[in-house]
Design a binder for this molecule. Structure first.
Ligand code: FNR
Length: 185
């Protein structure tokens, strides 16, 4: 069976980001037939229709190509003021163009979140679900991967909470299985 290629997108640009650390950990723990490549959002300009045209800004073209090349996306978002980060929303707005025929149309997506608080960023997930629905993406429906109290669960740039790691790996396995079923159709 062909190796699955997943793109991991962290909603934080911060060097010591918890969300990036979670994706890094999962990348290292996945089975050999699932590859998770982290796609950085640094350098993406703020969306403006004036920048759209036959030639997109290089960072945007690169980001869209990474999304298109991936069999599925694993998004890990912080929660900022009860929603996702502006950085992630901006990236998804770029990826959502052209409307209804974009890099995101039909794309399988797993949403995860983390937060130092006890809700684990679940409100960011609610907003992301709406955004992905409007881009015609196919979000995995299952109990949400929320990593609460995350500041105590990251050590030396890795998630160390084993139950959280296993729950997230199971969710990625569910994403992989949906992609495989889709391929077989
Ligand atoms: C936050 N944070 C936060 N946390 C939360 O659980 N609910 C919230 O609504 C917010 N709001 C919020 C707004 C802004 C502007 C900032 C900068 C932060 C805290 C946030 O979850 C925390 O800083 C995370 O560590 C950010 O994720 P990374 O950078 O570690 O991946």
């Amino acid at each position: 069976m062909r190796q699955l290629k997943l793109a991991g997108i962290s909603g934080s640009l911060r060097k010591n980001s918890n969300n990036t650390a979670i994706l890094r950990t999962l990348k290292e723990r996945l089975p050999a037939d699932i590859e998770l490549s982290l796609v950085p959002l640094d350098g993406l300009p703020l969306y403006s229709g004036d920048l759209e045209g036959p030639e997109l800004p290089a960072a945007v073209a690169e980001f869209k190509a990474a999304v298109e090349a991936a069999d599925g996306l694993v998004v890990c978002s912080p929660e900022y003021n009860a929603g996702t980060s502006g950085v992630l929303k901006n990236a998804l707005d770029w990826a959502s163009r052209p409307a209804n025929a974009s890099s995101l149309k039909g794309k399988h997506v797993l949403i995860m979140s983390s937060s130092p608080g006890f809700m684990g960023g679940v409100r960011a997930q609610a907003q992301l679900r709406e955004t992905f629905a409007s881009t015609l993406s196919r979000v995995v429906i299952r109990p949400p991967v929320v990593i609460a109290g995350v500041n105590d669960k990251i050590k030396e740039g890795r998630l160390v909470d084993e139950p959280n790691i296993q729950f997230a790996l199971d969710a990625i396995a569910a994403l992989a299985s949906e992609i495989q079923v889709d391929r077989a159709c």
